[in-house]
Write a protein that binds this ligand. Sequence first.
Ligand code: ARG
Length: 466
Amino acid sequence: MSNRMWGGRFASGPAEIMEEINASIDFDKRLAPQDIRGSLAHAAMLAKTGILPREDAAEIERGLKTVAEEIAEGRFSFSRALEDIHMNVESRLNELIGPAAGRLHTARSRNDQVATDMRLWVRDTIDALDGQLAELQMALAEKALAHAGAVMPGFTHLQSAQPVTFGHHLLAYVEMLARDRGRFADARRRLNECPLGAAALAGTSFPIDRFMTAEALGFDRPTANSLDSVSDRDFALETLAAAAICAVHLSRFAEEIVLWVTPQFGFVRLSDRFTTGSSIMPQKRNPDAAELVRGKAGRIFGALQGLLVVMKGLPLAYSKDMQEDKEGVFDALHTLSLCIAATAGMVRDMEPDTKAMKRWAGAAYATATDLADWLVRALNLPFRAAHHVTGRLVAMASERKVGLEKLTLDDMRTVEPRITEEIFGVLGVEKSVRSRTSYGGTAPANVRRQARRWLMRLKRERDAPA
Ligand code: ARG
């Protein structure tokens, strides 16, 4: 049998394999709520502009609401022969209300319909992700405030560099997530134009009101060019790009957690709720959640790359290739949501071992820069000269296998005779972090102020009426 939605000129139905490659219903059924929202707005507009008799529009509205209920309650039977969500909904509408259903598709096409559905779905998802990211920021800022003064080693090249505080380290991720939220918000702003009414590609001869449907669906305005309307997937690409960068941040944090929970680092302990045991090695506590957050970044990047490749060779306007936008977008944004939730859970439950962190913060001559800075401040040495003197002191301490603070004043004076007792005052890790008061520096007072500022901002935002 030929397709009952478009089969007029076809004598026979599709080959089985054609149906399989063509159908998108298995994955686009999740667009049902957006598809029905779009159809309701379209029908109301057709009635208002006199294109559809009021009675038909009322029937359509009633029928669409029934379809929505059937789908929400799992009573709807999706059919592959009907290809996609658009035709599944319309076909069921026809069963429910009869011929009036056939009028719904006046002045539109599946091309503008699917573009509208996808924009609505991506917009809804961005809003949900933004809320989740704010929660993760809140969890990080709370931990940061609690441990604003907990000294830990700061690294460059993964070599102990200078002491920092655990709170400062966590707040670095709050900043990254703020940029992620900014990128999603930015994508959302550009996304928020309505393609509905562009029809197949050229617009329509019916006197439709695209401003009315745009407004009804919460868009800022209708899209301005009908060809662009049906062939644009920038909104999906931009959102995936934002998701990919966000996944980079979550993955870097996950990597740090994986390092921190090793017995070798021993900086933090994760709760039982976010670790697993080994089936053979009874002593193990594996940070699987963190490893999966790190690993899942791969599929999010893959979705972005996949869609870029799908789009790059397409002539205007719609081509069926674009149906391939969906699975990647759905999977990537769902995956990101899962990663954010798992990261927030790990952060809330995470317990730092502040003693271990502090011990390592002082190791490996981490306060050498403080010593060099003292030489500059107290003896007025040029920094380069101070660097050299400090290097010789580090070499001396390293030869004796002791920390800098274990050298005697006499030892030090063999390198630089003007050094005084005062120098020992700058060699402690607490002193070191407390002295880093420059804007954005790791001084606990700074960290506390920043953490409080973030918490206030996040709470204000959360409690603000939407
Ligand atoms: N399922 C299709 C998609 O996702 C809907 C648009 C189909 N349009 C068409 N002209 N065949 O892209």
